[in-house]
Each structure stands twice: as C-alpha cells, then as structure tokens.
Design a protein around this ligand. Sequence first.
Ligand code: CU
Length: 739
Amino acid sequence: MKRLILLFSLLYLGAGSVLAQKISVKVADKITNNPIVQAHIKNGPNSVLTVTDINGVFTINLNQHAHVTITAIGYASKSIHLQPDTKLIYLNPEVFRDQTELLVLANQEGEQNVHAYHNRTADQGMDQFLDNIDGVSTNKRGAFGWEPVVRGQSDQRMNLVIDGMQVFKACVDKMDPITSYVETNNLSKLQIDKTGSGVAQNGTGTSTVNLVTKKADSNPASFNLSTSYRAPDQYRTVSLSGNTSDISGRNAIRFSGSYKKADDFRAGNDRTIQNTQYEKFNLNVNYRHTFPSQHSIEAGYILDKAYDIGYPALLMDATKALADIGQVRFNFAPSNNDFQFNTAQIYANSIRHTMDDYGRDVANRQVMRGMYMPMYGTTTTYGAKLNGAAILFDHQFDWFLDSYISDAFGDMLMESLDPSIQDMLIYNLDEVKTNNASLGFRHRIQLSNKLLFKVEESIRFKTLRTDSESHASFFEGLYGEAPGTRSKLLLSGSGSLLWMLNNNWSASGSLVYSERMGNHMELFGHYIYNYTDGFFYDGNPFLETERSINSDVNATWEKNGHSFSLTLFHKQYFNYIDGVLANDSGNTDFSFKQYANVGDAVITGGEFRSFNDLGMMITLENRLSYLFAHNQTLDEPLPLIPPLKGNTTLHFHRGNNMIMADLEWAAKQSRIAEVTSVEDKTDAYSIFNLTYERMWLDGDLTSIISLNNIFDHYYHTHTSIGNIPEAGRNLMISLSYQF
Ligand SMILES: [Cu+2]
C-alpha cells in the first residue's frame, strides 16, 4: 500500500535527484550565536534521525531526509527544508515558563518534564483534556462544548484562537466555544499563556489559549484509522487521517475526517440525564509547498458541523452549528538581514448557529413562559497577520502586525402559544462590526548567563459600531445619545524576568498591564439571556476601558526525573465590566441588566505541579490549582470560580503496556456570588479512573480501555451551570491503526 502510494505521488509530482548527498549543518542560538548541543533532528513526532554534537553540528543524507524538524529544550522548534548549501540554522530561544506548550501526543520520550503536558489518553476529547490542566477549568452546560476558563477568566477576558486566528462565537448563549472546532487528533500543541505576558503576539495582555493544528509533513504516506465506543451513553466515533508528500518533500498534504455521535449520558447512581445527546462531523485539510528558495506556503481548511446538541442547563438546544475556517500562510526562508519577515497569514471564517426550544415544555417554564423563541446567529471574520524580526542600533527584536474585521448578527423570533398574540422578531445583534489593528514588539535581553529579561508592548486600535439604524436607535433610546462608531486606542505591555540559579533551580516573574474595550456583546448586545443569573442583558456602547495589572512568580526545581513547580499570581481589575440592574426593570415581567463599569475586582491564586520518576518505569504526576476571586466594589465573590482542585496520576510502563491510574478531585466551593449571580454552594468530590493501553503489531495497532468514575459517584462541578451532573461509571474502548 505504502509503495503504491509512493509510486503514485512520484508519478504525479516528479522525482527528485537520486545522487547520495551528505551535508553537515550547524545549529546555533539566534541571539548568542552559540552552538546548540543535543538538538534533535526529527522527521516525525517520534522519529529522531540524529542529534547535534558538541559543536552543534549534525550530518544528514539530503536524499533521504530533505525536510526535517529541529527541536531543542528551551528553543522554539523549527521545520526546515534542507538544501545542498545549508550550513547554519538558527533556533529562537523560548525559555519563558509562562508560555507553556502543551503536547497532545501520547507519552513521548524526552518530553517528560514539568512544563510539558500530555493528553491523558489518545481517545480523550478536547474538553476533558483542558479541564485537567492546572490553572484551566471549563464552564459546562451539558455534555458538549465546554467553555475553557483560564484562571477564572473566560470568554471576553481571554483570547481563544486557532493557529493565531480570531474566530468569534455565533451563539449569544456561548454554546459554541471555538475549542469544539479542533479535534484532538488534529491538534499538534496547545500554547497556553496564563499571564497574558505574550503581549506582542496576543495584542491584549489577557490570558491566551492558542490551538495549534497539525500541518502537512514531508513524509512518505502514512494513515491512521481510529474508532471508539463508550457505554452507557453509546458514544461512538470514527476518524481517518493521512499524510503524504512527493519524494522531494516539496509538496505535502495532510487530511483528517471524523464523525462522532453520543446519546444521553448517565450520571452516577444510574440516573440518565435527558437531552445530552449530540452528533458532529469534522474535516481538516492542510497542504504545504516548499519553494527551492526555502520559502514555503501553506493552506488550511477546517469544516465542522454539529447537529442536534442537547443543552440541559439552558432554555434551548442547538439544532445546527456550522463552521468554515480557512487560512493561507507564507513562511519566509530564514535570513540574516537586519530586517526580516517570518510569516504572513491571511484568514477568513464563518460561523453559523441555529437553536430553538421546540423540544421543550415552554408552557410550564419559569422564564419566557408560553412562547417558543428560535434563534439564529452568525459571525464572519477576515484577518491578516504579519511578523518578523529586525535589528536596530545593535538591538534585536521581534515585531507583530495583526488586524481583523468581524461582523456579527443574531436574532430571536418570539412565537406565542396564544394564536391571538403576534410573533415578534428581536435582533440580539444587528450588523455589529468589530475592527481591530495592532502592532506589537518583543525584546529579549540577556542580562547575564543566568538572567534573561523580556519586554513586550502592543498598541492597538479597535472600533465597534452597528450599521443597522434600528439597532443603533435602540441604544440611543436607552442612553440618550447615538452610539455612532465607538473607538479606542488600547495599550498593553509586559516585563518578564527568568533567573536560572543553577542546574536545578529556576525562578521567573512577570508583570502585565492590559487594557480591554468591551466586546460586541457588551457594547451592542440586546435582550441576551444570561443563564448564570437569570437576567436579560442589554449592551452599553459607552463603556469605559477595563484595565488590569497581573503579577506572577514561579519557582521550579528539576533534577533527574523529578521536578516541582509552584506559581502564584495576583490580578487586579479596574473599571471591571459587569451587568447592573436596569432602572426600569421593575415595570416588566422580565428582569433586565445593562453592562456597566462596576468598580474593582481581584483574582488571585496559584498552581502547583510535580513530576516524579519513581524508577521501574513508574511515574507520578500531581497538579493542583486554587483561585480566590472577589468583586471589591460589591464585596462579594465573583461567580463561576472553581474551588481548590487537582489530580494525581500514576503511570506504569512495561514494554508494550501502559497502565494509568488517575484521581481527580475538587474541594467544596462555598464562596459564591448571590448578588451578581444566583449561585449555590458545591460539595467536594473525588473520582477515580483507570486506563490500560497496549500496542500490537510492532506498534501499528493501539488498543485503549478506560474505565472512568469507577465508583459511580454522583457529582457536579461548581462551574457546571444548572448543576448538571457529570458522567457516572463509563467504559470506553478505542482502537487506533497506523498504516
Ligand atoms: Cu446557541
């Protein structure tokens, strides 16, 4: 099969030279010019071809491996197409601890340190994966589309991007977090910047999660077929992915398609949770062409379609959620010019969302009784990004240009059960346009052998407006002033320091200043129901800039397979944007809130992580996170803040077998918001999971059996809206075959 495909691609794409050609290449630090020893030269995630020697040099046969990826601890990895005249390759240092790169690959050797994470098992979904990372939690409204939260900040207070692209939700009820558009088998890594100190790149200074997708590899053909089945919710999934390239490696393509479907799940004590089913289809294609000049161009496309998704915590269910996400990226060849380009990217995406309550008993509910209210929402976004490096007066820095425009629309039809009452159409968002452009700089300054300093700054111009006269006139009526185009100049900046005390100890700290304009919902949303407090929200175009200062310190100790890492942070918000009771809310059946700057708020807390190699191929990992969040003006806790939580994982490895025992727990949460929300206290819980993974046929076939919530505990997390419980005991069987 492999040969046939190889022959096929050979005929199509033309064969390269067949003369044996060995070259020696040096790998060096971009800033210090020092050779990098022990850098790994790979042609796939798990196959190391060679390692650089004491002079930073490796030798390779160009005919066999023209396209390689170079990785080294403390450096950003680099994929490169080698040429007969390639002599020197620079790697960029990437040693700051805040920019955690989460590896999604199953247990890869050499990556077992405190800063790398692993997907618990290959069959785990994105939601569960995120939920188990320290400092990250998820807001849930059922079995599908959990919304990621970094250190208590979600949605508009964090950046959630795919390959750096802005993608806006189309559902005004947040049913469609964009994490649902990337399947874990298409994820190459998760970049999580908890502090937001990567200001030059994220443009805002807020916590950032970047889902970096897998790209086409210059490797001979390989395919993967995976399937899973879980009981009792009858979750079934099948996915096929493949990668192939021509013999020269200049043209490479990767594709992946997956389908999944689940019925209602069962919580502990055999209680079926009605209306938690879903069905989803995902397609991902990536193509890359490398030019003889070393430049390369990539094109990527994601299509995601979800149907019939139950949201038991909400008033309605999603009937259709569609996403088209496309990008073209140009990677410039490395150069030693004083001014250079690294990548140029253009992208476009369209998200459409349809939901209704036709399946609900609307005659007997408390909110919006006696009417159906089908809703539709869509967002369309276009963006362009350009970045590079420059040297000015002997000072080297990276620069980032980022711009996007986005258009949001949402409507709701109110169909009364009483035929004598006329239907009414309400626009939640009508021709609401966001324009954003930012310029960022990053400077790395090596103060000494042991001390590294990083400064980033960003200047951003953002505007928001509605082009709909009727939508604008609503806000004029509410605030006595035409909203026009709202625009703001936003500044953010960060300073980070890394101190390598000795071979075992390192310490780092950062300070981030951030300015935030409200988003399209906070400024121009109308009649948007908030499930957490039961109020209908109206936007406020006249909001002032919300500001925050985040400080963060980390200490890490690492030695021979043991590591400990402790991070503490403190974030102070000024002009915090939240809903306040509307003046005239007493006159109607519904309770309204309007967005306003409500004063000051604080979020503080920390994370602890340890990793211990206990010998005999046994490893132990512990993660812990805690948050304290308070609205200082109202003197009450912020809503939806997870309690102290953690997990402990034991891994046993024996040849082709891996057994993993995992304990997940959370303390009770009694700090609840009763004025700004209607929260209740949540009990502590702990659940126990077991996974057995075995490789067959020289590693081509992998089988995984996982038994989760073994003691069938009935529980819910504090961030589960409507206290929808988690799944009870369930058994999942997965098979994955590579050919
Ligand atoms: Cu929705």
